[in-house]
Design a protein around this ligand. Sequence first.
Ligand code: CAA
Ligand code: FAD
Length: 382
Amino acid sequence: MDFRFTEEQLMIQDVARRIAREKIAPSAEHFDRSGEFPLENIRTLGENGLMGIEVPAEYGGAGMDPISYVLAMIEIAAGDAAHSTIMSVNNSLFCNGILTHGTEAQKQTYVRAIAEGAHIGAFALTEPQSGSDATAMRCRATKQADGRFVINGKKSWITSGPVARYIVLFAMTDPDKSARGITAFIIDTDKPGFHRGKTEPKLGIRASATCEIEFTDYVAEADEVLGQEGHGFKIAMGVLDAGRIGIASQAIGIGRAAYEATLAYVRERKAFGQPIGTFQMTQAKIADMKCKLDAATLLTLRAAWVKGQGERFTNEAAIAKLTASEACMWIAHQAVQIHAGMGYSKEMPIERYFRDAKITEIYEGTSEIQRLVIARNETGLR
Ligand code: CAA
Ligand code: FAD
């Protein structure tokens, strides 16, 4: 087993780190406060190949491997979590789904536009009444005699919904078949029948814009179906396997930022005449933070490695996402505790890391859902 990264992997890590340090981290507080969408920074990520890291060059991407994606996501998330949310949806939920299941024409049209950073993509599975229980969706796509589909219904919590040009949508085409009656579509938000709701105010990742979207008699052409009719749920689950590696990486990035700030603080801050880092209770926290961070990183790299081998990586991705998100939340919590009053203040980014950390345990499958996936894989029971 070789723990060294390749030249190529180190190069993209370096590009991402430089953008994160020079452009993203310095503006993170502004975007968190204002809740504005960081369009210019997102364009910079696109221009540097970070919106289609695993997309082959022929479709406008950087043509790199899943480990490169993990390394770049960690750097961007360490700069600001909200930027990495936008980046992860473009890379792993939008581009990955169309690359795996799309036609040549779909890849050229939609993947290129997102991978090059010309447009923003989104992924719409969740509905007001169906989050974890995704097959309980009500959004309906009705097939017409001419092969087109008419779509009606709502999707909620759609990341980049307020700004996306194209959306991968999952809708029920045959409600009698439950999971096997779901079909995936590629939506052009410029077409009639597509509406955006108000941007949701949120606890964290505030610069990542999220909204409800609605379809009223939206017409999807036959060549806007992604993959085969009735295969949508499997497409969604496969795409989410890859997405969960992205969220695990995001969690590592947030956790690392909180950890590094804490390391600096425990060396400087004094109490009872000595640096607080000399107290054994603080040292135990530092040691546990570091262990959790490294464990999460290794598990996430393992999931990315299995993906890169072309093997099924559902279980590895769920293990990585669960471990990394819970590590991130724990580390951010300890970081606030160690910074104490300053951890609670908006003068430092620690409270933002704490607010941002929470989402990693919720989206792309809650921690309970990751445990369910892992236990089903381990036991073979349902
Ligand atoms: N890959 C391929 N196929 C899969 C699969 C996978 N990982 N997981 C399940 N399937 C297949 C099953 O084999 C089954 O196929 P058959 O019909 O041929 O038997 C079919 O899909 C149905 O599977 P289940 O019976 O296991 O489905 P379920 O209803 O029990 O649900 C679940 C399983 C794991 C709970 C799933 O619903 C789930 O992951 N829920 C969480 C939803 C989620 O993660 N949403 C995220 C939205 S996007 C987002 O959040 C983005 C963001 O924030 C930025
Ligand atoms: P519910 O499914 O109602 O769950 C409520 C509670 O019950 C949770 O604690 C859950 O873990 C638990 N629970 C449910 N089922 C089980 C079970 N079988 N066993 C044990 N416990 C269970 N969705 C998209 O499609 N696209 C996006 O871009 C997107 N972006 C998002 C961005 C943000 C900021 C947020 C908050 C959400 C986003 N989501 C998106 C939706 C997200 O994926 C869901 O919120 C998530 O999957 C949980 O669904 P829910 O909120 O409906 O919770």
